[in-house]
Design a protein around this ligand. Sequence first.
Ligand code: AP5
Length: 214
Amino acid sequence: MRILLLGAPGAGKGTQAQKLMADRGLPQISTGDLLRGAVAAGSALGRKAKAAMDAGELVSDEIVLGIIRERLAEGDTANGFILDGFPRNVAQAEALEDVLGEVGQPLDAAILLDVDFDILMKRLTGRRTCSKTGKLLNIHFSPQAELDECIANGGELLQRPDDNEQTIANRLEVYRSQTEPLIEYYRERDKLRVIDAEGEVAAVHKRLLEAVDD
Ligand code: AP5
């Protein structure tokens, strides 16, 4: 199954991709995570990407397409993958179509996680990542027991540098202007499936599994 998760910042792409990876044994390919890894490693690519990420702008297509081509060529993608946060504009979507077309493995579905814009700010300012497990948590929405478990196991609740109100506002604007046109792009190609991504994480996941198996 080759799918991509589409949705605004904070829609729950990473949360749902982690769960889907566990359920279906498919690798999650998050360009955000790959870019943050490059920034943390201090590589030349990471240094180039950092300014755009800090500002909530898109990193250049050239950089992103380079890392995605490399990642898709790895062996664990042979039975499928979950793309999370890629593509982000029409040029990236066309490039993805070309790459997958070359190997005769077209995308099965683009699943839009649909969330009202009003609740995204709260999800994003409250987001924390457990340093020990990488689990995505939220100080407003996660059960206290899950937050405590991270600390009890020696982890820290880390906040992403781009999860501040000013950068989030720009990320939402960039989503509207550059990424939202992909909804139409995939609808025209008959690949689009839309799920309601509001409510409990488990309920959203159930809807996602139904859409994946549709
Ligand atoms: P990226 O890391 O992709 O960030 P994003 O798209 O802004 O998405 P987020 O990770 O913020 O949100 P999400 O939908 O994954 O939500 P999550 O599951 O974490 O990109 C970061 C930057 O990298 C970009 O700004 C850009 O600079 C660059 N970049 C990345 N890809 C690029 C590309 N292809 N091209 C160019 N540049 C690129 O959930 C959010 C919070 O909500 C969490 O705390 C979670 O616990 C909580 N939550 C989730 N679901 C629920 C629920 N149902 N109820 C309550 N809380 C929930």
